[in-house]
Design a protein around this ligand. Structure first.
Ligand code: LMR
Length: 329
């Protein structure tokens, strides 16, 4: 039997966790022959709910689930963690932007980042989904001594999926036939879903859809999709967020298709003129578990403007939490 891999989930009694945990335990992340340990972190007031979740885990008798820990102590939850889903954060409600959560959630990511630096595996992969996820990932990274850029990403796979789905619908094809969309920047209403390089069934997407549709409908719909879901459901996205988190982590572990790319938010190294040191969503390829920004794409004037707009918002967010970014990570 293979050695079990430690997977930590924060906000483990929350909605997204409930949609994610059983899929992970069933082997959807690491495949059908990799045993796992689950290390579930939650605030003490939610422990009773977490115990219920564990009862259900036990009742599923998952063949791959080796051991489950529940705790309110970050140092216990992150101990020797190999993969971490950072879901724990106050969610937004109707009328809020994700950045309105920054002050409420920032401190959590600083505390969790410090604990990750102390006890997690040096190769840990941490996916931040709690909003505002880009800047929360930056706080965690900067707080995690001994960990760095290769250890942290923020979730923009949800936007990536949304953009693929919408373009496929407009192009009249199944999403399987859409590729090479880029989500640039922040997981927020300033993100820039870019189809300049995208293909629909092997043809340039911009030959298949109207440019005016791209600018006037596609971009705002993708940017506002999270808010539209809150309006419809009465709470923020759950199933699609959990699924996107699994897909992003899986693609970060397993190599991506060398002819295509995915989009996820990583530490900017200055590529495409974006300021270094922001967690910014880029086109990314993964080789041997290492995510690398795809460089050399032609960028139009229109795209540069949009990419700068979302960069400006990320700089503002970063400046608002400067007091938490002095760490060694
Ligand atoms: C989403 O995009 O659905 C999530 O980030 C939740 C939210 O606040 O919109």
């Amino acid at each position: 039997m293979k050695t079990p891999i430690n997977i930590t989930i924060t906000g483990a009694a929350g909605r997204i966790s409930y949609a994610l945990i059983y899929r992970v335990a069933a082997g959807e992340l690491l495949g059908p022959d990799q045993p796992i340990n689950l290390q579930l972190l939650e605030v003490s007031s939610e422990m009773a709910v977490l115990k219920g979740i564990v009862m259900e885990l036990n009742d599923c008798i998952f063949p791959l689930l080796n051991h489950v820990v529940i705790t309110d102590q970050p140092e216990v939850a992150f101990n020797q963690a190999d993969y971490v889903f950072m879901l724990g954060a106050k969610p937004r409600v109707l009328g809020m932007e994700r950045k309105d959560l920054l002050q409420a959630n920032a401190e959590i990511f600083a505390i969790h980042g410090r604990a990750l630096g102390e006890v997690a595996s040096r190769d840990v992969k941490v996916l931040v989904a709690g909003n505002p996820s880009n800047t929360n990932a930056l706080i965690a990274l900067k707080s995690a001594e001994g960990l760095g850029a290769k250890n942290f990403t923020a979730l923009t796979y949800l936007d990536f999926h949304r953009a693929i789905g919408l373009l496929a619908e407009q192009g009249g094809v199944h999403p399987n036939f859409v590729r090479d969309i880029v989500i640039w920047g922040n997981h927020s209403a300033t993100q820039y879903p870019d189809i300049h390089h995208a293909q629909i069934k092997g043809s340039a997407a911009l030959d298949c859809v109207e440019y005016s549709w791209f600018v006037e409908e596609f971009i705002p719909i993708v940017q506002q999709r999270g808010g539209a879901i809150i309006e419809a459901l009465g709470h923020s996205s759950v199933a699609s967020a959990a699924y996107a988190a699994i897909c992003q982590m899986r693609d970060w572990i397993v190599d991506t298709n060398p002819d295509s790319w995915i989009s996820m938010a990583v530490l900017s190294d200055g590529s495409y003129g974006i300021e270094e040191g922001l967690i910014y969503s880029y086109p990314v390829r993964v080789v041997a578990g290492e995510a690398t920004i795809v460089r050399g794409l032609d960028i139009s004037e229109f795209s540069i403007e949009k990419m700068k707009e979302t960069e400006a918002e990320l700089k503002e967010e970063r400046d608002a939490v400067k007091y938490l970014l002095e760490g060694e990570g």
